[in-house]
Write a protein that binds this ligand. Structure first.
Ligand code: PLP
Length: 435
């Protein structure tokens, strides 16, 4: 209770702002993820790894736009590229451009794709990837992970954060739409469970167009694949002719130089990208194998978008592509690993019921002593302590992502000292919890 009082004291300006905003914007925000109770912190500006809120408070940003800020806020190279484009090239031609072709060629190489199209958001990329899979297979249904989030497209707003009492026995999860979404047929399976996937395919395989999965789940903190899981998924999709879509909106460049699929050595049929590839600008993409992308070439489906591949966003992508070299990715991962190791030693020293999980430039503390392998394990973690941990941080100027299902990101702007602030904040929480 005293931590909430403390929160409402320093963040008063945000509370006042939210009251004003709520008269025009539902809940006072422009994406439902921006809202939390009692009110979200309203940010006025950002530079490097730091945010300034409407009350003038400075916060160390470890959320970095859910991972979109991989190169840091106002990265000088991104700013220079975008400014140059604004001053001398233009923003939007709605025609082909050398910039878009150039970026497509570089993305193909980096992510091992045959073809791709640019979009403006992860949601759009998923929507079109599903359309491509349906056009390719002439099937309609989709399989997805229980507890998997893939953006706001109706067909995927199923079993995102289901209440356990609504979803049936663990070995047979039941699709659960949080509102009256037009979903079509969706089959829900647990992550890391090849038996359930095989059963879904055996019973419904000839109706299922695509299996959509984050190769590493980054909407349940971080959940890693068991040894052999993704290989098994690949084999089952091949056996049943199901298009395998890896949603790399969150993993992408934060997982490593070529994304999570390449890091883990399993090649999907289609991949969706967003966030980290755009340097903070709205860039996303979907692409993959030639035989699937041919549905766009030969007119089995269309893909549209006024803003797709616009020059401004391509300029930012170009800068990000140059910045995220293999060495840069390794540097982020090394700093993250040192951070995770120190957090682990604090967990051990204070005997906290927690463990850390990391991938590439991202990490999290999971409040359970046993590994989390799927949504139901995640639901069994200690949300009370997780919330206190978030509140403890933000009350001391350390902003980890607001959702308890998120993770921190080490960006190019974060220094060893910055990560030290996160560590010391965690140590002070550990002392409090043990006191
Ligand atoms: N897919 C995943 C895995 C995501 O985490 C998100 C957003 O957080 C999306 C898709 C949707 O992306 P966007 O918010 O750009 O529409």
């Amino acid at each position: 209770a005293s931590e909430w009082e403390r929160f409402e004291t320093w963040s008063r300006a945000s509370g006042e702002h939210n009251a004003r905003a709520a008269a025009s914007l539902p809940l006072g925000v422009t994406s439902s993820f921006q809202y939390w109770e009692p009110y979200p912190i309203t940010i006025e500006k950002a530079r490097g790894a730091w945010l300034t809120d409407v009350g003038g408070n400075r916060l160390l940003d470890l959320s970095m736009g859910f991972g979109a800020g991989l190169v840091g806020h106002l990265n000088p190279q991104v700013v220079a590229a975008v400014t140059e484009t604004l001053n001398s090239i233009g923003t939007l031609f709605v025609t082909p451009s050398p910039q878009a072709t150039d970026m497509a060629e570089r993305f193909k190489k980096r992510f091992d794709l045959d073809m791709l199209r640019f979009t403006n958001s992860g949601t759009e990329s998923l929507m079109y990837a599903i359309r491509a899979a349906r056009a390719f297979t002439r099937r309609r249904a989709i399989a997805k992970i229980e507890g998997g989030y893939h953006g706001g497209y109706d067909a995927l707003q199923v079993s995102v954060k289901p209440a356990l009492e609504d979803i049936g026995p663990a070995d047979r999860p039941i699709p659960d739409a949080p509102f009256d979404a037009i979903t079509g047929d969706v089959h829900v399976v647990a992550y890391n469970d090849l038996g359930q996937l095989e059963r879904a395919f055996r019973e419904h395989g000839d109706e299922i167009a695509a299996f959509v999965v984050e190769p590493v789940i980054e909407n349940l903190a971080i959940v890693l694949p068991d040894e052999g899981y993704l290989e098994g998924v690949r084999a089952l999709c091949d056996q049943y002719g199901v298009v395998l879509i890896f949603d790399e909106v969150k993993t992408g460049l934060t997982a490593g130089h070529g994304g999570a699929a390449q890091r883990l050595g399993v090649k999907p049929d289609l991949i969706t990208l967003a966030k980290s590839i755009g340097g903070g600008l709205p860039l996303a993409a979907f692409g993959g194998k030639q035989e699937v992308m041919n549905v766009v070439v030969d007119g089995r489906m269309d893909h549209f978008g006024t803003y797709n591949g616009n020059a401004l966003v391509m300029a930012a992508a170009d800068a990000v592509d140059r910045l995220i070299t293999p060495e840069a990715s390794q540097g982020l991962e090394d700093l993250n690993t040192r951070t995770l190791d120190t957090m682990d030693s604090i967990i051990a020293e204070y005997e906290l019921p927690a463990h850390t999980v990391g991938l590439g430039a991202k990490g999290c503390v999971t409040w359970s002593t046993t590994p989390v392998r799927n949504y139901r394990d995640y639901k069994a973690t200690d949300f009370g302590v997780a919330e206190l941990s978030w509140l403890w941080g933000v009350n001391r100027g350390v902003l980890t992502p607001p959702g308890l299902d998120e993770q921190w990101l080490v960006s190019l702007a974060h220094t060893e000292d910055d990560m030290g602030i996160l560590i010391e904040d965690f140590r002070s929480l550990a002392q409090e919890l043990r006191a």
